[in-house]
Design a protein around this ligand. Structure first.
Ligand code: SF4
Length: 364
């Protein structure tokens, strides 16, 4: 058993430097020790108190009696030929989530999960078909970034911030982040302040949870908002995202217009292209109409097919035709490159397979 899996009650990962300073003062130590703790947690990514070598031994023993570090452990690590790393992490209670590291020549990006499973149940998603267990804590979210960072030895070092530092994080893994709003926002703050990742390099992706978008419009955080629309009409969205029918496309777009008005920030719309489902020029035309006049851009993602769910990726020609309709309407479009095609890259696939296989391929 790892040190941080003992049944001591409170994980320290997830607390800010200020909160750690207050905590150590309650333990009779100077606030300075809180700053040291924060550096061990977020800069060094330690897993045990023993590694915190500049803390007095007696203090480490006291900490260990009452707290745990809060790191999960890696159950499965898959590495793609293109450098993509996909991890299955197990939390202290046995819950498992996926996280992905994506090395690029100029940066390392990490895609984190915010929930164990997902209550939304998108028809094309392996996570959605596996049910929902619970929300993750902020500590469990940032733990994914540390684990990706530590698994990326050998990835190309980016310029500026030193080797193997994740410097972009997208909240686009398992779960709907805005259904776990407080932990998501707390994790964003930790990534910004404790990890030093710029706000504009943090992106939260929602499937269109309107109360959450409206709350963001009021609170005006500086991270990037992405909305996974996937369909320009209510009928099609109902088919693809059956648990998110309370708000129609018009409600989502209106909430986004409010967000843009209040924050002055552009919204990204994610659109997963599914062959002969939502990828026809007619749907592209309808999408252009729906987004007309909104400060946004569209990110097209060719479906990463999950066996048994019955969806396929469209041909390049169909993707190009869809893209051209949007661009002709003046909407900026990007296209996400396929990564990790030789591993279980689609969200939820690795967890589903590992659970079915009893996780016998544990690497930890
Ligand atoms: S695509 Fe995202 S929101 Fe939809 S079921 Fe999968 S994890 Fe949940």
């Amino acid at each position: 058993m790892h040190d941080d899996e003992k049944t001591t009650p409170t994980p320290l990962l997830g607390l800010s430097t200020e909160e750690l300073r207050a905590l150590v003062q309650e333990e009779g130590e100077t606030a300075y020790r809180g700053g040291q703790l924060a550096r061990w947690l977020y800069q060094h990514g330690v897993r045990t108190f023993e590694e915190m070598s500049n803390l007095p031994e007696a203090f480490r023993v006291r900490l260990q009696d009452k707290y745990r570090v809060g790191r999960g452990h890696v159950v499965v690590c898959q590495r793609s030929k293109d450098g993509t790393v996909k991890l299955l992490l197990q939390m202290a209670d046995g819950a498992r989530v996926e996280t992905v590291g994506l090395p690029y020549p100029d940066r390392i990006s990490c895609c984190v999960s915010t929930q164990v499973g997902c209550p939304i149940g998108c028809a094309f998603c392996a996570t959605g078909s596996s049910g929902y267990t619970r929300n993750l804590t902020a500590g469990e979210i940032v733990d994914q970034v540390l684990s990706v960072q530590q698994s990326m030895q050998g990835a190309p070092a980016q310029s500026g911030s030193g080797p193997y530092r994740v410097d972009h994080v997208v909240f686009m893994g398992m779960g709907e982040p805005l259904l776990n709003y407080d932990a998501t926002v707390k994790a964003i703050q930790l990534l910004n302040v404790e990890f030093g990742i710029a706000m504009r390099q943090l992106t939260v992706s929602t499937v269109g949870f309107v109360p959450g978008i409206r709350r963001l419009a009021q609170e005006k955080p500086q991270f990037t908002l992405a909305v996974s629309l996937h369909a320009p009409t209510d009928d099609l969205r109902r088919r693809l995202i059956p648990e998110m029918t309370r708000w129609g496309v018009a409600d989502i777009i209106e909430a986004c217009r409010e967000y843009v008005r209040q924050t002055g920030r552009r919204v990204t719309f994610e659109y997963c292209l599914l062959e002969n489902v939502n990828d026809a020029p007619a749907e592209a035309g309808e999408l252009s109409r729906v987004l007309h006049g909104l400060n946004c851009h569209v990110n097209l993602i060719a479906c990463n097919p999950v066996p048994g769910l019955g969806f396929r990726a469209p041909s390049r020609e169909r993707v190009r035709a869809f893209r051209e309709v949007l661009e002709d309407a003046g909407i900026p479009v990007t296209q996400r490159l396929e990564r990790g095609s030789d591993i279980d890259a689609a969200c939820g696939q690795l967890r589903r397979r590992a659970t079915g296989a009893g996780a016998s391929d544990s690497l930890s």
